[in-house]
Design a protein around this ligand. Sequence first.
Ligand SMILES: Cc1cc2nc3c(=O)[nH]c(=O)nc-3n(C[C@H](O)[C@H](O)[C@H](O)COP(=O)(O)OP(=O)(O)OC[C@H]3O[C@@H](n4cnc5c(N)ncnc54)[C@H](O)[C@@H]3O)c2cc1C
Ligand SMILES: *[C@@H]1O[C@H](CO)[C@@H](O)[C@H](O)[C@H]1NC(C)=O
Length: 395
Amino acid sequence: MENQPADFSTAVLVIGAGPSGLAAAACLAAKLIPVLILERDDAVAPLWRRRTYARLRLQQHKRYCELPLFGLPPSAPTFLPCSDFIRYLDDYAAALGLEQLLRLRRRVDSAEFDPPSARWRIDAAYLETGAVEKYDARFLVVATGEDDEPLLPIGISGLDRFSGETVHSNQFRTGEIYQGLDVLVVGSGNSGMEIAYDLAECGARASLVVRRELHLVTREMLAFAMGMAKYLPVSLVDLMVLLWCYIWFGNTSKYGLHRPSKGPIYLRHNAPIIYPVVDSGAFTKIKSGDIEVLPAISTIEDNNVITFENGKRRRFDAIIFATGYRSTVKNWLKGDDYLIGEDGLSSRGFPPHLKGKNGLYCVGLSKRGLHGVAEDVVCIADDIGSVFHRKEKQT
Ligand SMILES: Cc1cc2nc3c(=O)[nH]c(=O)nc-3n(C[C@H](O)[C@H](O)[C@H](O)COP(=O)(O)OP(=O)(O)OC[C@H]3O[C@@H](n4cnc5c(N)ncnc54)[C@H](O)[C@@H]3O)c2cc1C
Ligand SMILES: *[C@@H]1O[C@H](CO)[C@@H](O)[C@H](O)[C@H]1NC(C)=O
C-alpha cells in the first residue's frame, strides 16, 4: 500500500475547512506554496452551518475572530451572530481563491509519514462514490477541530427507560418546538446555558444540570480580560474580573453556580476544560426561577421521572445533552506521539503548540477557540515557507 503512487501530490495538505483550515491554506497560498484542503462535508465551516442554534453569537470580540489577509467588514457587529460569521467565512474563501484548493466530501481515514520518501501519505474516502483517494504531501496541517464528535455522558442510570426525546446539543436549533414542555438541559457550558435560556424564552420550562464549578462572565468582561491579559499579570486581571462579576451578578452561589477557587483567566490558560461561561441572559432567568438549576442526575425512573443528587424529583418531556465534543484526530493520524495527545488535542502546551515532527502541524487544537487561530496560521505558513522556499532554491 505504501508504495502505490499517490493520486494527488502537493506540498501541503490541510485537513479540515473550518476557520483554522481556511486561514492556514490562505496564508500558505499567499506564499505561493502549493496546498490542497480536504474537507469531509460538502461546504466550508460545516460546524457553523449545521451544528449551531439560531440564537448563537460569537463569545469573543470580533477582533479575535478575524482571519488573516481578509478582515471583517468594519460595519460588523462587535459580537457576531452566527449567520454573519458564516457569511464572512464564505466571503473569505471566495476572496482568497480557496475554492479551487478545496476538495469537499473527502474524509481522511489515515495519514502516516513515510520515512524513505520523507512524505506524508494520506488516504481519503471520496464520500460521493466511496472510492479511496491517495494523497501525498511534504507537510501536513491538521485543522479538524476540537469539536468533531458529539460526546454523550455514559452511565446515566435508567436512561434507556426515558421515553421522551433525548438529543445532543448539536441537533438543537431553537426552543420554539419545546413550548409548554418540561426540558432538562444537561451540561452548563456555553451551549447548555444558552440553550436553557432559549428554551425559557420560548415558553418551555427549562431545568439545567450543573455538575461542576464555573465562572459566569459576560461577553464584555471576557473581551476586557483578553485585552488586559496581554499587558497585566493574570492574577491582577482575574481580580478585576472577579470584582466586576461580583458587582454585576452578586454572589452566584445561592443559585447553585459555584465559582472555582482559581480565577477565570488563570483557568482559561491552565485548565482549559473550565472555560469561563458567557452569560447570554440565562442568569436573569435563573434568578427569577424560570430556569431551575439542579445537581447531577441520580437515576431516571419510570414515566420520565428523574431523581437528582439533592433528592429532588422532576418529570421531563425531553433531555438535551450539552455535554460537549471531542477531537477525532487520533482515529486517523498514525505514528505521531509528540504533537497530539491521547485526547486528540495539542499536547505541547502554549506557545510551542503548533509544530510536530516530519512536517506535521496543527491549528485550532489548543483549547483557545478562534482566539489565536490568526496568529497560529501565520506562524505555520512562515515556518513551512522557510523550508519550502529553501528547498526550491537548492534544486
Ligand atoms: C455550538 C458551538 C459554538 C461555538 N462558539 C464558539 C465561539 O463563540 N468562539 C470560539 O472561539 N469558539 C467557539 N466554538 C468552538 C469552535 O469549534 C471553534 O472555535 C472553531 O470552529 C474552530 O475552528 P476549526 O477550523 O479549528 O474547527 P472546525 O470548525 O471544527 O473545523 C474542522 C473541520 O474539519 C473537518 N474534519 C474533521 N475531521 C475530518 C476528517 N477526518 N477528514 C476531513 N475533514 C475532517 C470538519 O468537517 C470541519 O469542517 C463553538 C463550538 C460549538 C460547537
Ligand atoms: C457566597 O455565598 C456562599 C454561601 O451561599 C458563601 O459560602 C461564600 O463565601 C459567598 N461568597 C462571597 C464572595 O461572598
